[in-house]
Design a protein around this ligand. Structure first.
Ligand code: C5P
Length: 220
């Protein structure tokens, strides 16, 4: 472990998309490169934290020097998060699929035999919401993310209250921004103190500044 202000702190980071199987060869998913989550895990590691990195199938590789727990589905991510607790801080950067296919087929669906398939969905666990509402062993700081395409501050402020987390890191992912899958991010940090708009900068720099803020919050 590196020397730094987060020495002795155990921090959970979820990252990447989840894949919800339809059958053994098909899935539904949210779009997520996993870049911001990986950068954040690396920045927290660099400040000396012990990082548990629970990641869905992302485009970018996980950083070195963190405890990587690879998962596919939201249910698996939820189980991995449970197993990682207790932690001092939970950062939920994953783009978790809201629904899974209710009864995924264990055989590949055939194209013509049964006509067009109809998919029934079931709701996935809301991992961030569940951890935020823990009455025992809740992390001291719970940070959620919000991808928004309009009215970012209002939507993210409402989301913070709905989820019960301490901070929401909101970003504007409308296509014109090029943020989704790109190397830059423009975020608003929402806490009980209000909304703080950060200038557009590299995802690595967003990660460093967030890690610094997390370290400052833990010191008090
Ligand atoms: O509700 P929405 O998906 O927009 O909320 C985004 C935040 O909630 C992110 O921090 C995401 O990681 C988290 N989340 C979660 N489990 C879900 C859905 C979202 O942890 N099932």
């Amino acid at each position: 472990l590196k020397d730094g202000p987060l020495n002795g702190k155990r921090i959970l980071v979820t990252s990447g998309p989840t894949h919800e199987p339809i059958d053994p060869v098909r899935y539904i998913a949210n779009r997520s490169s996993g870049a911001q989550g990986a950068a954040l895990a690396a920045a927290l590691r660099d400040l000396g934290a012990e990082v548990v990195f629970v990641t869905g199938p992302a485009d970018v590789p996980p950083p070195s020097g963190v405890d990587v727990v690879p998962v596919q589905s939201a249910q698996q991510m939820s189980d991995a998060v449970e197993a990682a607790l207790p932690v001092d801080v939970g950062v939920f950067a994953a783009a978790v699929a809201d629904w899974r296919v209710a009864s995924a087929s264990d055989k590949k669906l055939k194209k013509s035999r049964d006509g067009l398939p109809t998919l029934a969905f079931a709701e996935n666990p809301d991992i961030l919401k569940r951890v935020s509402h823990m009455t025992q062993g809740r992390p001291g700081l719970v940070v959620g993310f919000a991808a928004e395409t309009d009215d970012v501050i209002n939507h993210a402020t409402a989301k913070r209250l709905r989820k019960g987390c301490d901070w929401i890191v909101a970003n504007d992912v409308s296509p014109a921004t090029g943020i989704m899958g790109g190397s830059e991010n423009a975020v608003v940090l929402i806490s009980e103190d209000g909304a703080e708009e950060w200038p557009r900068m590299g995802k690595t720099q967003v990660a460093r500044q967030l890690a610094d803020r997390i370290a400052a919050a833990l010191v008090g």
